[in-house]
Design a protein around this ligand. Structure first.
Ligand SMILES: Cc1cc2nc3c(=O)[nH]c(=O)nc-3n(C[C@H](O)[C@H](O)[C@H](O)COP(=O)(O)OP(=O)(O)OC[C@H]3O[C@@H](n4cnc5c(N)ncnc54)[C@H](O)[C@@H]3O)c2cc1C
Length: 398
């Protein structure tokens, strides 16, 4: 087995690395820079402009078809792209990436289920960041049991009239549009009668309210939809009443979310923890010299390597055109567990230093400790993923 990238991919790596060195200012790389901006206008404006520039320079949608604004490259180039973005600490990923939900979830879904018209109209604007998307699946009474959702969309002439509430929506505060699941046939069996609908958040009847998380992060929100008229034409993905099929594909893409880029990103997070453990002292010695911290670092490094190899495995399967299906749940469990372990180790290092770990220099470790807890829940909880693995991969008895 040869785990090296091809020379063409390595050439691409040099190209993207050069661009990132010029386009990502040094201060963006400082841990805690974005947390300090607190998601305000300045933060959004900087990231919007950067996304636009990424698109114009040909580094958005590396593995998307050229006709829709992508680069037309393969999974290998995509992996190199993800690694370099993480290495440069560029503002991508589910927390900072304004185009993240559009490019990782909606885009692949449109490529599979969208009409030609939808692909031409929507995909380039996803990549350029002209339209920021968020995901409206969860409701106050529907999360794990998503098929119980009750936001309704009744047909009236050429429109669907939507009423209900969506909640826990990442990026709601900055998004222009929502891809949502709505119930179009209340009489149908639970998994039927649901439609995958694109909703412009500026339409009359939409109200978006922010929700602050315990880490203080700002990107969450909820949407109240009160008789919102959405034209059927161009806004239904797949067929009316068959949104469950479309959503199933999108969720498997979400759970799988590029293990290669996760590896690169989490590696930085572990580096931050190790750097702090060298500075913070316990009993007169740097925390990094204490056996429990050393063991924690070793465990996280081992988990990271597992994630990296998993990433190559996934990449190979996708490159072969294979459907990952329930295997995506294994990846989700692996990356969320790894990230949590790194964040917990950071908290152990801070605790080892007592008051010495409390300063501003380590605010990013405290923030991460609180923030990453939600990753075990987002995109389907760990318990639900284990059930999927047990039933669909291991064929265990119910
Ligand atoms: C950081 C973050 C970002 C999110 N972003 C989005 C977003 O952008 N868009 C969106 O639509 N949603 C989003 N969500 C919502 C997320 O998808 C839901 O929170 C999740 O699916 C769980 O649903 P729930 O909160 O209703 O919990 P519930 O479904 O009520 O679950 C509560 C607890 O019961 C357990 N449980 C439930 N059913 C079972 C079962 N059958 N077997 C075993 N245990 C079970 C769960 O594992 C959990 O521990 C986000 C959540 C988080 C934390």
């Amino acid at each position: 087995m040869d785990l090296r990238y091809s020379s063409a991919a390595e050439k691409f790596r040099r190209e993207i690395r050069r661009w990132l060195a010029e386009s990502v200012p040094a201060e963006w790389r400082r841990p805690g820079f974005w947390i300090g901006l607190d998601g305000g206008d300045e933060s959004v404006d900087l990231r919007r402009r950067w996304e636009r520039s990424r698109f114009e320079n040909g580094f958005a949608g590396v593995d998307w078809p050229v006709e829709f604004g992508g680069r037309g490259a393969d999974q290998e180039f995509r992996a190199v792209h993800d690694e370099e973005m993480a290495r440069a600490r560029a503002p991508i990923g589910p927390f900072l990436g304004l185009t993240y939900l559009g490019t990782t979830l909606l885009g692949p879904t449109l490529l599979r289920y969208g009409t030609e018209e939808q692909k031409r109209r929507l995909l380039p604007s996803i990549l350029s960041g002209a339209t920021i998307w968020c995901q409206g699946f969860s409701e106050p009474e529907s999360g794990s049991d998503l098929a119980s959702l009750s936001t309704t969309a009744r047909r009236d002439g050429d429109d669907l009239v939507v009423s209900g509430q969506k909640v826990w929506t990442s990026m709601a505060g900055v998004a222009d549009a929502l891809f949502a699941l709505v119930r179009t046939d209340p009489a149908a069996e639970r998994h039927r009668g649901i439609t995958f609908l694109l909703i412009d958040l500026t339409l009359p009847g939409v109200e978006v309210r922010p929700i602050r998380q315990m880490s203080g992060s700002w990107e969450f929100g909820q949407e109240f939809l009160d008789d919102v008229r959405v034209p059927v034409s161009g806004n239904v993905v797949g067929r009316i009443d068959d949104g469950w099929t479309v959503a199933g594909y999108l969720l498997s893409v979400e759970r799988n979310a590029s293990p290669v880029s996760h590896y690169a990103e989490f590696r930085h997070e572990l580096d931050d923890v190790v750097a702090a453990a060298k500075v913070i002292r316990k009993d007169g010695r740097p925390a990094v010299e204490h056996p429990s911290i050393r063991a924690g670092i070793a465990r996280c490094r081992a988990d990271l390597e597992l994630l990296r190899v998993r990433g190559y495995h996934t990449m190979t399967r996708v490159a072969r055109g294979e459907d990952l299906g329930a295997e995506a749940s294994v990846t989700k469990l692996l990356w969320s567990r790894t990230r949590l372990a790194i964040a917990d180790l950071g908290a152990d290092v801070l605790a080892a230093g007592g008051q010495r770990g409390a300063g501003e220099a380590f605010a990013h470790l405290r923030w991460r400790h609180l923030h990453v807890r939600g990753q075990r829940i987002a995109g389907g909880t760990a318990q639900i993923q284990r059930t999927i693995v047990a039933r669909q991969l291991l064929d265990l008895p119910r």
